[in-house]
Design a protein around this ligand. Structure first.
Ligand code: IFM
Length: 473
């Protein structure tokens, strides 16, 4: 029992100091074409693998598709005005390959390119730096029909498409990302099949990962040729991977998953080689005969920046007896039976553990690979939002951003050249296999009326941008 004479307790642990970010820190928000644009069959756009996948029964929750999404294609002016109200310094969007080069080969579609020209011009007119991602998972369907990313030729097609976009937009876009999260394209798209195109074959997933990176390298070279002054990078999604215990078996499970999740991409892209232990782990899956002389040199073509997408941490344990039966389709080929463990810490609506220190750890790790400028190109959380009297008070999302920005600031203090941060996402959108059932946005979308409502997190983020940092609490 407390002593009634003592003063009320002061929770000093909850007093957090204000933090200022370096001058010029690039505050942004991100989206992706298929997740927001809609207008799936408008102005010459043809299907991508996500159109096909979402229209296939049983692939996406509740049969949701990106046909309309946030109708951003028709609401570009309103959406850029909302970005300007937020005070965004930069907006990261992706280009729909099927919109600007229907079918994935041949001539450009001028009406598709016009949409992005208008978007970029509107951003620039509002003082917002456009940040263009060339590939956020939406391969033109005919390229999938010709073999998709497991086929080497897709990498060359990606380079052609890059040139076409660079020729059209390179005069007004400074920042370019080739790929977004190649792990998802390769291992969810071709390994477990929970993402488009929905194929489930470990060897195909590994080949797809390699050809995505090859396409990236060719794309960097195409961008350099078309626009020597462009700032070019790639975005990878990374996770700290911890063993559930200090047993050697759990440590080995963590090493294996870290190899597939992180080093599969970081090592070729930034060091020009595949890690030997990863190649050994995958020996029952593939003999890597798809890797040709010169590929790794192309993949590691020098960059100007690296984009890091961070959401959560993996904690893993060794298989228990009996786990190794018939391997089910998996996004962890060769390591299908590793167990993913939950620690009982708070999670988001995706079930992903909230782990802000993991962002610091991840940024320090990438900096260990390279001195290049780093950007957090995505970070955010899904929570169930409720609109009450026209307001959405998303305190959990706001707290998630706040904690991760503190971790980002700690990374800068630790010497990481972190130059910017992009919240995922500007607005609620089509969350892939989850359809519209998961909301990541700072702006609420009513999918019936298309009314946009900035949530509390949006107003808070605007104040962070204004003061270039976090207020004391
Ligand atoms: O919505 C996705 C985005 O497309 C890629 N990064 C992770 C986000 C949340 O799942």
């Amino acid at each position: 029992m407390s002593n009634p004479a003592s003063p009320p307790a002061v929770d000093v642990l909850d007093e957090r100091p204000g933090l200022t970010f370096p001058p010029g820190f690039l505050w942004g928000a991100a989206t992706a074409a298929y997740q927001i644009e809609g207008a799936a069959a408008v102005d010459g756009r043809t299907p991508s693998i996500w159109d096909t996948f979402s229209h296939t029964e049983g692939r996406v929750v509740a049969g949701h598709t990106g046909d309309v999404a946030c109708d951003h294609y028709h609401r570009l002016g309103e959406d850029v005005a909302l970005m300007a109200e937020l005070g965004l310094k930069s907006y990261r969007f992706s280009v729909s390959w099927s919109r600007v080069q229907p079918g994935g080969t041949g001539a450009a579609n001028p009406r598709g390119l016009d949409f992005y020209r208008r978007l970029v011009d509107e951003l620039l007119a509002n003082g917002i730096e456009p940040w263009l991602t060339l590939y956020h998972w939406d391969l033109p369907q005919p390229l999938e029909d010709a073999g998709g990313w497991p086929a080497r030729d897709t990498a060359a097609r990606f380079a052609d498409y890059t040139t076409l976009v660079a020729d059209a937009l390179g005069d007004r876009v400074r920042y370019w990302t080739t790929l977004n999260e190649p792990w998802c394209s390769a291992f969810l798209g071709y390994g477990s099949g929970v993402h488009a195109p929905g194929r489930a074959n470990g060897a195909d997933a590994v080949r797809a990962g390699h050809h995505l990176m090859l396409g990236h390298g060719l794309s960097v070279q195409a961008l350099r040729a078309a626009r020597p002054t462009a700032e070019v990078g790639v975005t990878v999604n990374l996770y700290p991977v911890d063993p559930a215990s200090d047993s050697p078996a759990d440590s080995d499970a963590a090493r294996r998953i870290d190899g597939l999740a992180n080093r599969f991409f970081l090592d070729p892209l930034l060091r020009g080689s595949y890690p030997a232990d990863l190649v050994a782990d995958l020996r029952t899956v593939t003999d890597f005969d798809h890797v040709r002389d010169g590929d790794l040199a192309t993949i590691s073509t020098p960059l100007d920046l690296v984009g890091v997408n961070y959401y959560s941490r993996h904690v893993v344990a060794a298989p228990t007896d009996g786990d190794a039966a018939e391997p089910a389709p998996s996004c962890w080929p060769g390591s299908e039976d590793v167990r993913f463990v939950t620690r009982g810490v708070p999670v988001t609506d995706m079930g992903w553990e909230i782990d802000a220190p993991g962002l610091l750890e991840t940024l320090r790790r990438v900096h260990g690979y390279t001195d290049l400028p780093l950007y957090v190109t995505e970070n955010g959380s899904a929570f169930v939002d409720t609109v009450i009297d026209g307001e959405v008070d998303d305190v959990d999302r706001l707290a998630y951003f706040e904690a991760h920005l503190r971790a980002a600031h700690e990374a800068i203090d630790a010497g990481v050249p972190l130059r910017g941060y992009f919240a995922w996402s500007l607005m609620d959108n089509f969350e892939w296999a989850w359809g519209y059932t998961k909301r990541f946005g700072m702006i609420h979308i009513d999918y019936d009326s298309q009314v946009r409502t900035p949530k509390s997190s949006a107003k808070w983020y605007a104040s962070v941008i204004r003061r270039n940092g976090l207020a004391a609490q």
